[in-house]
Write a protein that binds this ligand. Structure first.
Ligand code: 13P
Ligand code: SF4
Length: 348
């Protein structure tokens, strides 16, 4: 389709006007978001939300957003939201010709690996990840030399080149299942050391770990969690497995970002603290006004590179298209698809 490969003339990125029509069109969205976005900010976001909605239709595009995106993106323009696993699945299942991935680069790259024929856009290509940058393909090849015959599982928070050196990928939602699916006594598990320790505590498989860490989750500590419990009696502590072990030892539930969202939806705790990135609590609080959220804030600077003006520009210019060389993509796709098959109960 012609319009999928041709950028439209791009108007300058001036602040868009908050007209009466925009106010009316976006009013239902604001009614949902008013607990997390001050009224004074809405005239800044609303014109972008209205224009992004229009451009999505013009482009035949779909917006996928990770759970850490800000509420105006997550609730305002995303068609589908989720954790890394859900985004990978949704990218594979969508019929849209253009996917705008609001998340970090490895997530967009995973979408491209699964959809080589589609246009996958990331609004800011500098949206990286400390875990992904902690390891290279050469590191994985060296580990294979050091541990001959030991299979390699890598977290999806890695580059396409690293995925290409891997037997199978995993996310925080399926890591134990993936490791056990290999039927091996020992597995090289890369690159998140803390997720690795968490998986090791739940399986008999011996894991060889790498010292990669998430710069957002490694800042939390066990003593911080104890202070939340003291200051907020009865608080239920939900933690992401990228947190250090002393944090996970204090948590009532450990799971992926979607796992935490599911916990709040199903168990409806009166008071909860999510030990993870800041925007999660805002996004979940919108859906659960009866739950009190204690909100420690640890921002992911990479996720926060994605903004409404950049999403709009991406739709207008079809930038920044993610490309993966066919040789790397073919090998990386095997590792990602193998993971997705395991999750469907059809894997090894
Ligand atoms: P999830 O797969 O749990 O969403 O985690 C991705 C991530 O980058 C967490 O920091
Ligand atoms: Fe990477 Fe951590 Fe940001 Fe997730 S929160 S994208 S693991 S740096």
């Amino acid at each position: 389709m012609e319009n999928l490969v041709t950028a439209t003339a791009v108007p300058p990125q001036l602040p868009l006007d908050y007209t009466a029509e925009v106010a009316e069109r976006t009013a239902p969205v604001y009614r949902r978001l008013k607990s997390v976005i001050p009224e004074i900010e809405w005239p800044i976001h609303a014109p972008y939300i209205a224009e992004i909605q229009r451009m999505k239709e013009e482009r035949g595009a779909i917006v996928l957003a990770h759970n850490y995106q800000t509420p105006e993106i997550f609730h305002g323009v995303a068609d589908l939201t989720g954790d890394s696993l859900a985004l990978a699945r949704q990218a594979m299942e969508t019929d849209a010709d253009v996917i705008v991935l609001c998340g970090v680069h490895f997530m967009a790259e995973t979408a491209k690996i699964l959809n080589p024929e589609k246009t996958v856009l990331i609004p800011d290509p500098k949206a990286g990840c400390s875990l992904a940058s902690s390891i290279t393909a050469a590191d994985v090849r060296l580990l294979r030399e050091r541990y001959p015959g030991v299979p390699v599982v890598t977290y999806v928070n890695t580059s396409a080149e690293v995925k290409a050196e891997t037997d199978v990928c995993c996310t925080s939602a399926n890591a134990v299942e993936v490791v056990e699916s290999l039927g091996a006594e020992r597995v090289i598990f890369l690159p998140d050391e803390y997720l690795g320790h968490h998986v090791a505590s739940r399986t008999d498989v011996e894991l060889i770990l790498w010292q990669g860490h998430c710069e957002v989750h490694e800042r939390f500590s066990g003593s911080e969690i104890r202070s939340y419990r003291e200051g907020h009696p009865g608080v239920v502590v939900l933690a992401h497995p990228e947190c250090p072990q002393d944090v996970l030892a204090e948590a009532d539930y450990v799971g992926s970002t979607s796992g935490m969202i599911g916990y709040v939806g199903e168990r409806k705790p009166a008071r909860v603290v999510m030990i993870t990135e800041c925007s999660m609590s805002d996004n979940v609080a919108v859906e659960h006004p009866d739950v009190e959220f204690v909100r420690p804030c640890s921002l992911c600077p990479h996720m926060k590179r994605i903004t409404l003006p950049k999403i709009l520009k991406s739709l207008q210019t079809l930038e920044h298209a993610v490309e993966v060389s066919p040789a790397v993509a073919t090998r990386a796709r095997r590792a990602v698809e193998r993971m997705l098959e395991i999750g469907r109960g059809t894997g090894g």
